[in-house]
Every structure is written in structure tokens, then in C-alpha cells.
Design a binder for this molecule. Structure first.
Ligand SMILES: *Cc1c(COP(=O)(O)O)cnc(C)c1O
Length: 392
């Protein structure tokens, strides 16, 4: 597939990025100055602990290269990704950055780490031994993080094993650069699991006084106990998500999603909308069709059915002329239908604009209306939107 001649490749690029963007039916605007400001707000909150940035999953969907350039410009020097392939992309942009790979070390994966450049987060005795053996073969004590599982039961050493590592010669074969754990429910400040994890992690750290520690994700930064340790690892809040659900969002919005209206039609009582006619009009309605669908990452279940209406569930919605217009019928692959009866006719027309994320319809609200969380909306943002980066 990389056989295309330079000429045909150039022609393809000009078609997709220049002309198509001008007529884009849906545009995703990403504000890199808001991203930088959000990182700086969290840095100030965490200080004197260092503030890293979690940029896994293509920087939560906004594009890892522009995101890490903006974060580096703001002063961020430590980055966390999930996959080694993502680490390579950060390394290419930022040769000086410290980069941790959260998802641990598969058997035989150690040689995939360029010496001293990328740091695995080791989560089991086997992973520790593999990394130690790799360091021996390289003749260097290479840095890595040690992940301890204090409640997620997902990745990491059990606390007892982590404590028993005290004085283990294994730790002399590599450089234990960070001791970390991950909070299960930091966004629910009153959940007692927070205090239990904070205490468990403090006990583990006291067994390893020489190793810097890291516990807090973005919501962890806002817990009353503020378990900052030496390094904090915010993700979602950097991208505008609310780290304190149910309380005002201290972060600036980073993403804005707008779609143009393709068609508007009048329908009568009982007329059905979308596949399988899952929604029927309660009266005369004006409905508008947008060029966004589940193939763009907008969840199919965000569209209201008659059953949702009966249950009083508020499903997905978009703002047209500042008026909140509910989705009607399930979301299709490439299309969403809105009830625009209450929107001003000056905007609710062919070519008009609907705001799907933005103007107070924030990520958390969009996630809630789709029966999920803002994280999933953000990381699912499709590749088909015309992407516009501002504030670089
Ligand atoms: C994803 C992740 C984070 C970032 O969490 P947010 O809730 O997005 O701030 C931090 N640490 C680990 C281990 C993670 O997997």
C-alpha cells in the first residue's frame, strides 16, 4: 500500500485536507492553548510534586503529536502512554522527554525498548525479572517503574509482594525510577476505597524510601487527602473533562464538535424516525439530519427511542441556535436525526450548524446522555471529522 507514487499521494492529500475540509460536514476543533493551560493549572495544584501528562490512546483521541508538542511547550517533561508504539510516537516528537509505558512488559518485549529511552511500567515478578535480565544483557541499569495493585485487580504487583521486594537484589539490576499505583474511584471523593488505597500505597512506599512515588490520576489531584507524592499522572482533565463530577468543572474545554445540517423535514404524529422506527413523533415535528454517526464514534444508543421517552431518559442532544435539540431514533452509521422544532428557523435549516460538544454541552454531559462516560466519548472521536487545531 506504500507503493503509491509521490504524485498520486500529493493529489490525494490535497483532495482530503484542503477541499474536503472546506466542505466538511462535521468539524472537530482542538484548542491546544486550553490543553496547555489545563496542564499548568494541574501543575500548580500538584506543586511541588511533578506533573506528568497521560497521553495514551492518541492523547485521549485529540492527536498525540500536536498534544505532546503543546504539553512540552507548557513545561511538561514526563509522559505516560499505554503501548510501546505510542511511546515511539512521543519519542519522535520529544527526544528529551521521559516516557513510561503503562501496560507493562509482554514476554520478549524488552528488546523493543531502545536503551535508556523508554521506561516500562513493570507489574509482576516475571516482568521485573525480564527487565533485570534485559538490563544485564545490555550491561546497563535501565530505568523502569514498578506498578503496585492496591485495589483495581488489573495490573501490578500485590502490595505484599511489593513490600517483600525491600532489599531484593533484583532491584539492583535496573533502576527503580518510580513506584506507582492507580486509584479505583478517585472521581467519587467520598468512596472509602480512596482512603484504603492511599494508606496501602503509603505502606508500600515506606518499604522503599529511595524510590519516588506516584498515585494520583486527575481526580486524585482533587481529593481532600491530595495524595500527590512525587509525581501526578492526570489524563482526562487535561483534555477538558471534569475531574470533580457533580461539581463545577475547573478545566477549560479543549474539544468542540460541530456538524452541518444536511436536510430538515416536517413530520406528523406517529411518523417514525431511523432504523426499525424506534422513535415516533408525538405530534407535528421538525427534524434535522446531521452528518455524524456511530462510525464517527458517537454511540448508537445515544439516540432516543419511544421506550427511552417513556422512561424519562434524556438521551443525546445538540445545540442549534443555542437551543438544546434531542436526538430522535437510534444513531445511524453516518447520520443523526434531531428534533429541531424549538430551534430558531434561521439556524435549523439546510447548511445550519449543530454543536454536538461545546457551549456548555460538555464531555461529561454528552457521555451521561449516551449512557457512558466522557472518557469514552473523547477517546472515540472519529477519524472522519475535519480536524482543526487552534492555539498552537
Ligand atoms: C489512564 C491512567 C491515568 C490517567 O487517568 P485520568 O483519570 O484520565 O486522569 C493515570 N494512571 C494510570 C495508571 C492510567 O491508566
Amino acid at each position: 500500500m506504500s507503493r503509491a507514487s509521490p504524485i498520486s499521494r500529493r493529489r490525494r492529500v490535497s483532495l482530503s485536507s484542503t477541499r474536503a475540509a472546506a466542505f466538511a460536514p462535521a468539524t472537530l476543533t482542538i484548542d491546544l492553548s486550553a490543553l496547555a493551560a489545563n496542564w499548568q493549572l494541574l501543575r500548580d495544584r500538584a506543586s511541588p510534586a511533578e506533573c506528568a501528562a497521560v497521553v495514551k490512546a492518541d492523547a485521549y483521541g485529540i492527536g498525540i503529536e500536536p498534544a505532546v508538542r503543546a504539553l512540552w511547550g507548557a513545561g511538561c517533561r514526563t509522559f505516560f502512554v499505554a503501548h510501546l508504539s505510542e511511546a515511539g510516537r512521543v519519542r519522535t516528537e520529544l527526544p528529551e522527554a521521559t516516557i513510561y509505558v503503562l501496560n507493562g512488559l509482554l514476554p520478549d518485549a524488552a528488546p523493543g525498548y531502545p536503551p535508556g529511552k523508554l521506561r516500562p511500567v513493570l507489574g509482576s515478578a516475571e516482568e521485573l525479572r525480564d527487565w533485570a535480565a534485559f538490563c544485564d544483557s545490555e550491561g546497563a541499569r535501565l530505568p523502569a517503574a514498578i506498578h503496585v495493585d492496591t485495589g483495581m485487580n488489573r495490573l501490578g504487583l500485590p502490595p505484599s509482594e511489593a513490600i517483600a521486594l525491600r532489599g531484593d537484589p533484583l532491584l539492583t539490576h535496573f533502576e527503580p525510577a518510580l513506584l506507582m499505583s492507580h486509584l479505583v474511584a478517585a472521581e467519587v471523593a467520598q468512596d472509602p476505597v480512596n482512603a484504603a488505597q492511599i494508606a496501602a500505597f503509603a505502606a508500600i512506599r515506606s518499604a522503599h524510601p529511595g524510590i519516588p512515588g506516584s498515585l494520583a490520576n486527575c481526580s486524585g489531584l482533587f481529593l481532600p487527602e491530595a495524595p500527590m507524592h512525587d509525581l501526578v499522572r492526570p489524563g482526562y482533565a487535561l483534555y477538558g473533562g471534569n475531574p470533580t463530577p457533580g461539581r463545577p468543572n475547573p478545566m477549560r474545554p479543549v474539544v468542540r464538535l460541530e456538524a452541518r445540517i444536511l436536510q430538515v423535514r416536517e413530520i406528523g404524529p406517529g411518523d417514525r424516525v431511523g432504523y426499525n422506527g424506534r422513535w415516533s413523533a408525538p405530534g407535528r415535528r421538525r427534524v434535522a439530519t446531521l452528518s455524524v454517526g456511530y462510525a464517527d464514534g458517537y454511540p448508537r444508543v445515544a439516540g432516543a427511542t419511544d421506550a427511552d421517552a417513556e422512561a424519562g431518559l434524556d438521551r443525546g442532544a445538540a445545540l442549534v441556535g443555542g437551543v438544546l435539540c434531542p436526538f430522535v431514533g437510534r444513531v445511524s452509521m453516518d447520520l443523526i436525526v434531531l428534533d429541531v422544532t424549538d430551534a430558531p428557523a434561521s439556524e435549523a435549516k439546510r447548511g445550519g450548524t449543530a454543536v454536538l460538544i461545546g457551549d456548555g454541552l460538555d464531555l461529561d454531559e454528552v457521555g451521561r446522555r449516551a449512557g457512558t462516560i466522557g472518557y469514552e466519548i473523547l477517546t472515540g472521536l472519529g477519524r472522519r471529522y475535519a480536524r482543526r487545531y487552534v492555539g498552537a
